[in-house]
Design a protein around this ligand. Structure first.
Ligand SMILES: Cc1cc2nc3c(=O)[nH]c(=O)nc-3n(C[C@H](O)[C@H](O)[C@H](O)COP(=O)(O)OP(=O)(O)OC[C@H]3O[C@@H](n4cnc5c(N)ncnc54)[C@H](O)[C@@H]3O)c2cc1C
Length: 436
């Protein structure tokens, strides 16, 4: 058995997943519960992938593997969290048990761990395998491999200056968040794409890159969305401004494409029957639940984990979810996962008598916070909650948001994966009040 027994007899908190949501949840539980609990985190790799900054590296001709990896073993050690590098294969919520296979070497044995509290923060499958022709003709920026592949394609002469299509496949949201009202009169809306900040960011960065490289310009780019409106989660006013900007630059925009059907060397076919020319296709896929989470008594009809707005499963109150795998996380944003991880920790601390209900019961009020690189040292900053029934809708464009995007990652690493609350407040203030 792995060495996780230093706090024998204490409540065991088992965290599944060690990227943004899982790491934050483990750290927050330790912070709020002190040394009264035993915490174990299982993740298939021993580093955090800083996904949001991969696109900026690609367009600046940097290999993302050199910058966007944050080793988690030392971070978890600081919080006295036992780390197990393993592939999780099954969750049994009745037996309170999780089955995993250590994966440092092939052929390792299957083991099981029991828990008192389970935090599921396993993200989703990004299902590029469901886009016909993606392997041969598609590009993306969602991991180190694909980021580096696109960087080489752009900088080593692969791209010949032809039309570019940027957009998302259709997202199939489950029914697990139906009826939840995060703001008075609001709801968790039904999204037709999982996360549309990246396509906006990619379109702007690509346009700047084309100008710098003198290979065409924005009029070569088509941004598309499966839904009625791209990045609807940012709020309609922001989208209007954004589309005005993109249209003014000459970019084309296609909505209601329904889904990506097929890629060929020179085209992209959509489910609505349209086909457009595209030499370069930079795509975001459907976010699909992991197979082993489907059909569980804690999962919705698509396999996303059902929770209330305190991130607790209603049928199994010792099971929590945070981040992309939670049914309420719409859109799939790391920033929302962070909010949720903190709520999870407060709930566990409340259950264990370390926090009053008054302090702990702070329901999720999702806020879309997104900083997108636009190239040439500029970025856009979005802070909005109108999609969920809130009243805030802020868009800023300039050099300050770019600096914030870059510094946020540096701060994240320097603070072992934590951004002090004051840092976030200052970042918000700087983005919204300092114009350069
Ligand atoms: C190109 C791009 C740009 C983005 N930009 C932004 C942005 O600017 N701002 C923002 O807030 N969000 C952004 N996002 C979204 C953000 O990356 C995700 O919302 C975030 O990564 C979700 O965090 P998570 O911890 O819930 O899940 P993940 O990051 O997906 O982490 C899940 C973890 O679980 C592990 N895991 C999964 N299955 C298993 C298994 N069976 N066994 C063991 N371990 C397993 C994985 O290895 C991983 O470590 C972007 C996404 C993309 C693709």
């Amino acid at each position: 058995m792995p060495d996780h027994d230093t706090h024998q007899g204490q409540p065991h908190i088992l965290v599944l997943g060690g990227n943004f949501a899982g790491l934050a949840a483990a750290q927050d539980v330790r912070r709020l519960c002190g040394d009264t609990v035993r915490i174990t985190l299982i993740n298939r790799r021993d580093y955090l992938l800083f996904i949001p900054n991969i696109p900026a590296d690609v367009f600046a001709n940097r290999n993302p593997a050199d910058h966007q990896i944050v080793p988690i073993r030392p971070i978890l050690k600081k919080s006295d969290v036992t780390f197990i590098q393993a592939e999780i294969g099954a969750v049994d919520v009745d037996a309170k048990s999780v089955t995993f296979v250590p994966n440092e070497r092939s052929g390792e044995e299957s083991e099981a761990l029991t828990y008192d509290y389970l935090v599921i923060a396993l993200g989703n499958r990004l299902s590029f395998d469901r886009i016909e022709g993606f392997a041969e003709y598609g590009h993306t920026v969602s991991d180190l491999y694909h980021g580096e592949k696109l960087r080489k394609y752009l900088y080593d002469g692969g791209y010949k200056g032809g039309p570019v299509a940027i957009g998302s496949a259709r997202f199939h949201q489950g029914n697990g968040a139906a009826g939840l009202a995060p703001y008075p009169g609001g709801s968790i809306p039904n999204a037709l794409s999982a996360c549309e900040g990246p396509p906006l960011e990619l379109a702007m960065s690509m346009a700047t890159w084309m100008g710098e490289q003198k290979t065409g310009g924005p009029e070569q780019i088509t941004i598309f969305t499966p839904g009625e409106t791209i990045a609807e989660d940012a709020g309609l006013e922001i989208v209007k401004k954004f589309l005005g900007l993109a249209g003014g630059m000459g970019m084309k925009y296609k909505n209601n494409v329904q889904d990506i059907k097929k890629l060929t060397a020179t085209t992209i076919e959509f489910a609505n029957g349209e086909t457009i020319d595209a030499e370069l296709k930079i795509l975001l896929p459907d976010w699909v639940a992991h197979d082993f989470l489907k059909g569980l008594p804690i999962s919705d009809d698509q396999g996303f984990i059902i929770t209330d707005l305190l991130m607790r499963n209603p049928k199994y109150p010792n099971v929590f979810a945070a981040g992309d795998c939670a049914a309420v996380t719409v859109p799939k944003l790391g920033a929302i996962g962070h909010q949720e991880a903190e709520i999870v920790a407060m709930q566990i601390a409340k259950d264990l008598g370390h926090l009053s209900a008054e302090k702990a019961d702070q329901k999720l009020e999702p806020v879309v916070m997104c900083i997108g690189d636009m190239g040439a040292g500029k970025a856009f900053y979005i802070r909005s909650n109108v999609w969920f029934g809130g009243k805030d809708e802020v868009l800023e464009i300039g050099r300050v948001p770019y600096q914030l995007k870059m510094r946020y990652r540096d701060m994240f690493i320097a603070n072992s994966g934590r951004i002090p609350a004051i840092g976030l407040v200052l970042a918000q203030f700087a983005a919204e009040h300092i114009k350069v």
